[in-house]
Ligand binder design. Structure first.
Ligand code: DQQ
Length: 486
């Protein structure tokens, strides 16, 4: 998976790129999140684990299948907790539990016992995605989707059994009050899941659950005074025609200025809101930026902030079922996404693992107010070698490459600055699919230029991670692409 060169700054003549890691395989072209069902492979524990392409940079359990970042992270009493969907019995999707790991720095993780497993009538057929909320009095609670014995998706909750255990190892799903939301007849109970982190406004808690009505994507809004009894609001928080099932909704405020994150319940005159959903039909995460009208209990995207796959995505590569959280320790909003494999379930079974959590990123609002900006969390730099390879002042000639000696591994953390006499070449319009259409060889705008990663010696194979610069409305627009077809 391509995981991360980001444009750091763009002046008239230079582009500085910090490539925080370059990992084997996959592409922006054609790789999407998915978890198809292969019953015959679901409960075949890995006999051995093929370490060849495991990552040195990302979160990944020692073996078996993972999906979704939406169960999501949480910061509580000095520790980061990561919950994710996990199959303890095999390397394809199935037998899903909420796996649980803790970390002091978001980089080094300790695996604990699963936080939630399918044991109760209200989740006996699966413990699917959801999220964590910290209630007043510093009390964490998990909201998640249980699949009941009739295959209905219901919303359940779990709380730590012992709040004085700093690791919160054990969670209980009280029989009283579960499920806390039972879909009534007006809701499609086979498309009703992934409650998001609750926020408090107008004296009530609010959460949304992803769903669909025919092809209309819907975020049903539920409110509660006591976090126990939940009532569905008359209108959904938001919905959009033609988008199909909305999985893993995420709804959070962003500050109009600066990079500091906001608590999910933060409100304010200037505060904007981000609404993200994972589109089951296309397996892409898209978001809009808009205004949360707390009186009308509605989210309204700004003009020009488009719902659907024509809108903005967090990432144009293999990135799905993401979730953000407010990091109380560093006052930032951190986003996690999940990437699946691109080489098929038979290979996943053989290698004994599938899927990774992507590099956590800090997200904040661009000063234009029209899009989010993101950057790998600072902590990632602790993985850097004390003895970096350096290459200075190389001239890149058209159609040629410069070899970086001394990196033999399939993974590296690279910072690179590209400088040009002028960035003004090219008048093409930057559309999302330019990367896809033009690949890594067809010129367009300025570029493509970048890095050939995981290259074989004679360049029969390589994965370009590249930039294209365009001009639009007098401004430079930079596309960041990768292509694993070679
Ligand atoms: N994966 C979960 C669902 C969610 C989907 C099941 C997204 O709750 O909608 O593992 O990948």
């Amino acid at each position: 998976m391509m995981c991360g060169e980001k444009l750091r700054s763009s002046t008239a003549t230079s582009l500085h790129v910090a490539a925080f890691c370059v990992v084997v395989a996959a592409t922006i072209i054609g790789v999407q999140g998915s978890h198809k069902v292969y019953p015959e492979l679901q409960s075949l524990p890995a006999e051995k684990v093929d370490e060849t392409h495991r990552t040195g940079y990302h979160f990944q359990p020692p073996k078996h299948w993972i999906n979704d970042s939406h169960p999501g992270p949480m910061y509580f009493n000095g520790l980061y907790h990561l919950f994710y969907q996990y199959n303890p019995k095999g390397s394809v999707w199935g037998n899903i539990v909420w796996a649980h790991s803790v970390s002091k720095d978001l980089i080094n993780w300790q695996a604990l016992e699963p936080a939630i497993e399918a044991t109760k009538p209200f989740d006996i057929k699966g413990c699917w995605s959801g999220s964590a909320t910290i209630l007043p009095g510093n009390k964490p609670v998990i909201l998640y989707t249980g699949v009941d014995k009739h295959n209905r998706q219901v919303q359940d909750y779990a709380v730590p059994t012992n709040l004085s255990d700093p690791y919160l190892r054990s969670w209980v799903k009280p029989s009283k009050g579960n499920p806390f939301i039972d879909p009534d007849r007006s809701v499609n109970a086979s498309a009703f899941r992934d409650p998001t982190t609750a926020w408090f406004v107008n004296g009530e808690w609010h959460t949304v659950v992803g769903s669909k009505r025919d092809m209309v994507g819907v975020a049903y809004l539920y409110t509660s005074k006591d976090f126990k009894k939940w009532v569905r609001a008359k209108e959904p928080l938001h919905s959009a025609r033609g988008t199909g099932m909305w999985e893993c909704p995420d709804f959070y405020p962003v500050s109009p200025t600066g990079r500091r994150g906001l608590d999910t319940s933060a409100l304010g005159k200037e505060v904007k809101h981000v609404f993200k959903v994972s589109l089951d039909l296309t397996r892409f995460d898209y978001y809009t930026i808009g205004v949360y009208d707390k009186e009308k209990e509605k989210y309204v995207p700004d003009l020009g902030s488009v719902d659907s796959w024509a809108g903005l995505r967090y990432d144009y590569g293999n990135f799905y079922a993401s979730k953000s959280f407010f990091d109380y320790k560093k006052h930032r909003r951190v986003l996690w996404g999940w990437a699946n494999e691109s080489d098929g379930e038979a290979r996943d079974k053989d290698k004994g693992w599938a899927g990774i959590q992507l590099i956590p990123r800090k997200v904040w609002l661009d000063p234009s107010g029209k899009q989010l900006l993101q950057w790998p969390i600072k902590e990632l730099e602790m993985l850097r070698s004390p003895d970096p390879r350096k290459l200075n002042s190389k001239v890149l000639k058209h159609g040629r490459h410069v070899e970086v000696d001394g990196i033999t591994g399939a993974q590296a953390d690279v910072e690179v600055t590209f400088s040009f006499r002028s960035l003004d070449r090219g008048a093409d319009l930057p559309a999302q699919d330019v990367c896809h259409q033009k690949g890594s060889t067809v010129p367009g705008g300025l570029g493509p230029f970048g890095l050939l990663t995981v290259a074989s010696e004679k360049l029969e194979e390589f994965t370009p991670v590249m930039f294209r610069v365009f001009k639009k409305g007098g401004k430079h627009v930079v596309l960041f692409c990768s292509d694993a077809t070679r």
